[in-house]
Design a protein around this ligand. Structure first.
Ligand code: IMP
Ligand code: MG
Length: 181
């Protein structure tokens, strides 16, 4: 398949993503088989990853959804994100799996994890599709990761640039000319 014209090259194909997500699902199932975890999808970027991951887990789970405001748009102060859409589940005493699309500076996930830990869950583990450790400023690591990459701006499989490209079935590097416009 010819990639979208705004893509420089495909970094991970559909097949490579399917394998990595399936492997992570099996690792999670081994750990959470008898824990009925609350699997939290961070909107919107993690939706595609979340949908495939929970189907690869093959054990009882509960879904919930959370949306943090992006600090990139300059609407938040103090370097911490705000919760735009909160969970419906009371997570006190529950095992929580926080599913994130990308950990870049780590600020988003560090703030969200702090908010969740304040609710006294039994545990919180963060898992992400893509880790970009070169740009990390927050003191946080992913507990499990599908792909670790050097700094590059990528889209597809849920990841966007200005709300575009989320439905590409692969992950590709976006042409600089698209965001330099
Ligand atoms: P952080 O708070 O710097 O870790 O930013 C994480 C968020 O920034 C992710 O959840 C994405 O929404 C967004 N982000 C960071 N890098 C990329 C990228 O390469 N493509 C698309 N979104 C990205
Ligand atoms: Mg995101």
């Amino acid at each position: 398949m010819t990639p979208h014209p705004d893509i420089v090259y495909v970094l991970f194909t559909e097949a490579e993503i399917a394998k990595a997500v399936c492997d992570m699902g099996k690792r999670l199932r081994n750990y959470y088989a008898d824990k009925n975890p609350v699997v939290v999808c961070t909107l919107k970027g993690a939706v595609t990853f979340f949908a495939d991951l929970v189907r690869a887990m093959d054990c009882p789970v509960q879904f919930d959804f959370l949306q943090a405001s992006s600090y990139h748009d300059g609407t938040t102060s103090g370097g911490c994100v705000q919760i735009k859409k909160d969970l419906e589940t009371d997570i006190a005493g529950r095992h929580v799996i926080l599913v994130e699309d990308i950990i870049d500076t780590g600020n988003t996930i560090a703030c969200v994890k702090q908010v969740l830990l304040a609710r006294n869950p039994a545990s919180v583990r963060t898992v992400c599709l893509v880790d970009k450790p070169d740009r990390r400023t927050a003191d946080i690591q992913s507990d499990d990761t599908c792909f670790c990459i050097p700094d590059a701006f990528i889209v597809g499989y849920g990841l966007d640039y200005a709300q575009r490209y989320r439905n590409l079935p692969y992950i590709g590097v976006l042409k600089e000319s698209v965001y330099a416009k």
